[in-house]
Design a protein around this ligand. Sequence first.
Ligand SMILES: C[S@@+](CC[C@H](N)C(=O)[O-])C[C@H]1O[C@@H](n2cnc3c(N)ncnc32)[C@H](O)[C@@H]1O
Length: 348
Amino acid sequence: MREPLPEKPKRRVRYSGKNPRQFHEKYKEHAPERFADDVAKVIASGKTPAGTHRPIMVREIQEALKPLPGEIVVDCTLGYGGHAAELLRAVQPGGKLIAVDADPLELPRAEARLLGVGFPAESLVIRRMNYAGIAQLLGQEAPGGADVLLADLGLSSMQIDNPARGFTFKTDAPLDMRMNPERGLSAAELLSRTTAKELTSWLTEYADEPNAGLVGTAIIQSLPVSTTTSLAQIVRSALPPTVKPEAAEDSVRRVFQAIRIAVNDELGALKMFLRNLPGCMKPGGRIAILTFHSGEDRLVKHAFKAGLQDGTYSAITDIVIRASPEEQHANSRSRPAKLRWAVLNPTD
Ligand SMILES: C[S@@+](CC[C@H](N)C(=O)[O-])C[C@H]1O[C@@H](n2cnc3c(N)ncnc32)[C@H](O)[C@@H]1O
């Protein structure tokens, strides 16, 4: 029998012009470990390299959570693994990270990255799941509760920037928007089952869109809407002529945010998580939650305040923490972020 021919090495993607413009063409940014200098230049220009995510408020989160050697830390939104790596480093030797994410495409990459840094495999428990169910996982993996827990809500840069995921209107793609594309309805399918009244309420509640009624009605009248750019165009055309082009793009961004929140039932997951959170922690355990829009922040603020009043928490953030001006300048995605923390009552 003849030996099979060795596989030809894959050629890198060709792009026209001097610099790659499309997400999939940016092969250097997708391999930061091999092209560290090029990636550093992208970061220095205030951008997030394609296929990566820059963790937000790392110092502020470490200060709030104070992870110590030997402790159990939980990352409810692993993403690229930036925060997880910092937490895991701080709990060595002897500590353990339990991390989850809903995204089946990015999760194995984050796990490989953490193992690649050299953390021992036995210090890591990683599961693909919705953090709404984190209490069940911790019941098995940390029955005595966690010392430290972080949730950094919303989307990762890998999800936003990858046009195939359907979160961005900058590139034409199927209107998907699922964090887990293997479960539930895509945005196009969800819209086809939604009324104008329901969509209008999402645009108001999830994104504070001032022209929610006009835009919601126009989208439903234009169904089926199957691509990102066609949705964006319907929104622009529905706005009153007095709305300036820049403000129209803000409306498009808000509409995408509202539909994405509905597709992934983001506030439903957050409510269930906040309800079960105290039961996940050891007495004196520290929690930090990073939110990116007012709907999320309101839920966290109210849950922490109610927990302080009924004695579940012994201390909570009094003033919401924002990224420093330097970080906001260096990473525009940190601008809307709000950090809140809470400490479980140590005497419980
Ligand atoms: C802002 S990113 C986290 C980035 C991460 N802290 C880092 O340093 O790379 C948010 C992540 O949360 C995940 N996510 C959002 N909602 C989720 C949910 N309900 N359950 C599990 N994961 C969720 C997303 O898939 C995404 O990967």
